[in-house]
Structures are given as C-alpha cells and as structure tokens.
Design a binder for this molecule. Structure first.
Ligand SMILES: Cc1cc2nc3c(=O)[nH]c(=O)nc-3n(C[C@H](O)[C@H](O)[C@H](O)COP(=O)(O)O)c2cc1C
Length: 402
C-alpha cells in the first residue's frame, strides 16, 4: 500500500492521507489475524479503540494478545507515518485498563478510545520503512538457520523492562508439544481457532481476516475437505469431541515426559540453528517506569515524538491487567515485539510465533523453569526466527479493500 507524502511539510495530514496511513498500518500482525483494532479519524489524528468482537475470549483470556496487537498497530502506524514525513504523538488513555471489561458482542466504543494519535510534521528516525511494514509476514513452514541476528538488538530498541532471551531447541520442541497438547485438549480454545480458519477462498471472510489454511501449510484440497466436513454442526461437534478425546491423554503423556529439567542459564550467544526467542517483561520495572511518567502528571506520550528507546508505558504506576502487567505496558511491549519481527524481516528472516507455549499453563511453567526466571518475570511472546524455506501466502486484512 503506497503511502503518500505531503508536498507541504508544515501541513497537517488531511483525511485521505490519514486513511492511507491507517490502511498501511493495517498490515500489523495479530493473533489469528483477528485485527482487534478499530480506528476513527479526528482532527489531525486518529483514535484507536478495541473491537471486542475481534478478541479471543477463550484463547486469550487475559487480553494479552489483543493489547500486543494494538501495540503492533501503533508501531506500524508510527513507521508508515515517519515514511510520509510525519511524527506521531501517542497518548495511551485510561480506558486501556478496562479492555478486559468490554462486552464481547459490542461494537468498538469510540467514546472511550484506548489511545489517541496526533500527527505533526517532521519524521522521527526509524530503522524501518513503510515497505518493511507492508512486506513483513510470519512464516509457518520450515525455517533454515541464518546468520546470527539477535546479539545486536539496537533496531528492536527494547525498553529497560523488556528482554529477549534465547531458548534452546530441545526445550522449544518439548514446550511446543505441551502447548499443542493444551490446545487439543481444550474444546473452547480449539473451536475458537477453527472459527478464525478460512478453509477455502470461497469463504467470503477469506479476503478480510483470519488464517488462510495455506498459510498453515495445508494443501487447498485439505481445506476444501475440512470445510465441507465441518459445515454440518453435528459433525463439527463430533470432530471436536474426538480431537479432545485424543488430545487430553496426549497432553498428559507429554506433561509426564517433560519432568523437571535444570534451568538453562547459558548466556545468549551464537548457536548454529534456528533461533527460538522469548520476549520477557519485568512488570515491577515496567510500573516503576510508568511511575516516573506518572510524575509528569499525565499519561505521557508514548509515541515516537521522543526517541523510541525512552518511550515509557503510560497509565497508573503499578496497575496490572489480568495478564499480570499493566495494559499500557503490554501495548508498549507490542510495539517492541513488532520492531523485533521487522528486525528479522530486514535481514531476510521470518518469524514463526508460538503463543501456545505461553497460553498453556504447564508449558508456561516449564518455560519459566527452563529459563530460570523469577516468579515475577513474565514471558509475553515466543517466536522462532530463521530463513524461510518457501513463501507463505499473503495474509488478508480488513483494510485490503477500500
Ligand atoms: C500477539 C500475537 C500472537 C500471535 N500468536 C501466534 C501463534 O501462536 N501462532 C501463529 O502461527 N501465529 C501467531 N501470530 C501471528 C498471526 O497469526 C499473524 O500475524 C496473522 O495471521 C497475520 O499474518 P502476517 O503476520 O503474516 O501478516 C501472532 C501474532 C501476534 C501479534
């Protein structure tokens, strides 16, 4: 999506230019490609709200992935605006702390936006461009080890309360089994995932959102077969029961095999292989950071008007969402996560996210133990990074069509 630039650097963006920026930022990633953000153009800027119908009440009970996606959207918006010669001033609003209380069937509430973005002329420096935002994609096929990317995190620009830790491959494989076992043994989580699968292009929703089965590595024939099979509610229920009947003992078996393993305290260093990375927050440091912002008496701009590295999670100090960390900090973490994924993209690598490891309580506990984390440290995202052995179909967006 091309982003138009203003002829006059001192002019505020007009409605059409804001629309272009919103469309370009719509390439932001979100769990199951739900795109839980909603935008409204206002004078010289944009209000950001949550679309509760696009959240994942079963799979993302704490709202962590929703808020990470909102953060990713804000970061994409900031980058595409910078490419267009504009600087964003982002204010995270108090309503962000009540995202978990939204009625799930309700429309986005623009009376209570979670963030307000104002645009002023003058681009902030960013290592990334609108082209990076447009072309970034996750890859779920085979990843091939690439050159070491994750020792120099300058472009990821992590705030001091976030760190990226590497996870060894054997542990990653064990945790993936545990995460998959959890998914297969929880019918609500599984049926929610199925609801966001787009089995064939004939599904009218395919061009808007959700996961195209081809992006999961399934042949189109399998997609068609699954679609016609699952179309009948009785068959669909029976299949779900069968899968969970197999998944439950499988999960127990994998749990029993995991056992206690000593923590891996090896420093992050070069390893020959695909990299597995964990984004970890320290909620205590995050709320201290928010506290120092709060001392200015406002929720403080978290945008690129200040150098991204100094961006702080806004909101009341010490406030925590059900995810165990302040909602505003989660938004900030989503921005940092997006920078990490763009960092991989810029170096020709792709990431394969694995939230199932954090969503499954047993897998999350095993991850904690493996990395020797303290009780308060909070893994927010797990992903693998490497060279893609192929291409994945481009995911669709609500903003693809005018
Ligand atoms: C917070 C978050 C969690 C995600 N978790 C997973 C995951 O567990 N498994 C997965 O395959 N993709 C995951 N994704 C990737 C999305 O499915 C992907 O971004 C979306 O389908 C759009 O595709 P694209 O990023 O290639 O444009 C996650 C993305 C975000 C932002």
């Amino acid at each position: 999506m091309p982003v138009t630039t203003t002829d006059d650097d001192h002019r505020q963006p007009d409605h059409d230019q804001l629309l272009d920026l919103i469309r370009a930022a719509g390439r932001a990633p979100s769990a199951h490609n739900t795109q839980p953000w909603a935008t409204r153009i206002r004078d010289g800027g944009v209000d950001l709200a949550v679309d509760p119908r696009r959240t994942l009440p079963a799979g993302d009970q704490t709202g962590r992935d929703t808020l990470l996606a909102l953060g990713a959207w804000l970061e994409c918006f900031t980058i595409v605006a910078a490419t267009a010669g504009l600087r964003t001033m982002i204010t995270i609003l108090p309503a962000v702390e009540q995202v978990d209380q939204l009625e799930l069937t309700g429309a986005p509430d623009f009376g209570r936006p979670v963030a307000r973005v104002e645009l002023v002329p003058g681009a902030a420096a960013s290592p990334f461009s609108a082209t990076d935002v447009a072309e970034r994609a996750v890859f779920r096929g085979r990843l091939i080890p690439g050159p070491q990317l994750w020792d120099d995190l300058t472009d990821c620009d992590l705030p001091p309360w976030l760190q990226l830790r590497r996870l060894d491959s054997p542990a990653m494989h064990r945790l993936l089994r545990l995460g998959t076992g959890y998914l297969l043994s929880h019918p609500l989580v599984l049926s929610e995932l199925i609801a966001w699968l787009r089995f064939t292009p004939a599904d009218a929703r395919t061009r808007r959102d959700g996961l195209d089965v081809r992006s999961l590595g399934l042949p189109t024939g399998v997609g068609r077969l699954l679609r016609s099979w699952l179309r009948h509610p009785a068959r669909s229920r029976a299949t779900l029961r069968l899968v969970t009947a197999i998944g439950t003992p499988l999960e127990l078996f994998w749990r029993a095999r995991t056992g206690d393993r000593p923590p891996d305290r090896a420093p992050v260093s070069n390893v020959a292989g695909v990299d597995h990375l964990v984004l970890i927050a320290d909620p205590r440091l995050a709320s201290e950071s928010a506290g120092s912002d709060a001392s200015t008496g406002s929720a403080g701009p978290a945008g690129s008007a200040q150098p991204a590295g100094s961006a702080r999670p806004a909101g009341s100090a010490g406030s925590t969402s059900p995810a165990g960390i302040g909602a505003a900090a989660l938004i900030e973490a989503g921005r940092a996560l997006l920078r990490c994924w763009l960092h991989a993209h810029r170096h020709g690598q792709r990431v394969a996210p694995h939230s199932e490891i954090i969503d499954a309580p047993f897998a999350a506990a095993a991850l904690h133990a493996r990395l020797g984390l303290s009780r308060s440290q909070l893994p927010l995202a797990v992903f693998s990074s490497g060279h893609p052995d192929g291409t994945s179909p481009r995911s669709h967006r609500l903003t693809d069509t005018p």
